[in-house]
Design a protein around this ligand. Structure first.
Ligand code: FPP
Length: 235
């Protein structure tokens, strides 16, 4: 596919791990484990295709409502990913974690800081992993920081515009989302990148659950995206 028809920034809602596990008579944890493998595979594929930015929704501010055992299992997968991160520096992926990270254990926060520091000048795919992330929460945090900067005379009220506000979001200096992909047959955004997706194209795939998602599924979503006529409010 021609490079100019590729989205600059893709967001993926990695949905359907639980249903995938249930269909196979496995625990929900097994579904998330398989989902984490798929995540690694798709990151590598996006990197290979030359996609600029990929943001994945790994854990939302609402996911704390799930059973403790399931929450622990997802956090354990995150820990395993971080422990393994130094082994894939050769992939050249610049990794960032977005969300309110303060609630995670100290070792996780330290590994996140190390992973971000190590990869900050990498020139491959920019990967954002959203954990304890909520779009509304992100906007509230941005409003609070902006308010503080106005109080401290670092920003003038008259200068507030969309660009300036975007600089207070986790995705500062990153392009807006062009394409949101959600497998599993759910047709909603679920508080994911609500500011950044204002003009995104959406590809909902109802015949696939995240653990089964593969390179061909991504190709299909990219082909669908390339056919869309994006007007950004124009004609
Ligand atoms: C949604 O599917 C999935 C999640 C809430 C967790 C996603 C997490 C991973 C794929 C692991 C990520 C790992 C790392 C290393 C970042 P669901 O459980 O809501 O599925 P269901 O709707 O079928 O129940």
């Amino acid at each position: 596919m021609e490079q100019n028809l590729l989205p600059k920034h893709i967001g993926i809602i990695m949905d359907g791990n639980g249903r995938w596990a249930k269909l196979k008579g496995l625990s929900r944890t097994a579904g998330h484990k398989m989902g984490a493998k798929t995540f690694r595979k798709i990151v590598q594929y996006c990197n290979k295709l030359g996609i600029g930015y990929l943001t994945v929704y790994a854990f939302s501010t609402e996911n704390w409502k799930r059973p403790q055992e399931e929450i622990r299992a997802i956090i354990e997968l995150l820990r395993e990913y971080l422990i393994d991160a130094p082994n894939h520096v050769d992939e050249n992926v610049q990794t960032k974690f977005i969300g309110n990270l303060s609630c995670f254990d100290d070792d996780i926060q330290q590994m996140i800081a190390d992973c971000e520091k190590t990869s900050e000048h990498f020139s491959g795919l920019h990967l954002n992993i959203a954990i304890n992330y909520g779009g509304r929460d992100e906007i509230i945090q941005a409003v609070k920081s902006l308010y503080q900067d106005i109080q401290n005379h670092q920003v003038r009220y008259e200068d507030i515009d969309e660009k300036l506000f975007s600089d207070y979001l986790y995705t500062k200096n990153q392009p807006d989302i062009d394409l949101i992909i959600r497998p599993s047959g759910e047709y909603r955004l679920s508080n994911f990148l609500i500011w950044q997706s204002a003009y995104a194209e959406y590809v909902f795939m109802n015949n696939i659950l995240w653990p089964d998602f593969n390179e061909k599924c991504l190709d299909r979503a990219l082909e669908e995206y390339a056919k869309r006529n994006r007007r950004f409010g124009g004609i």
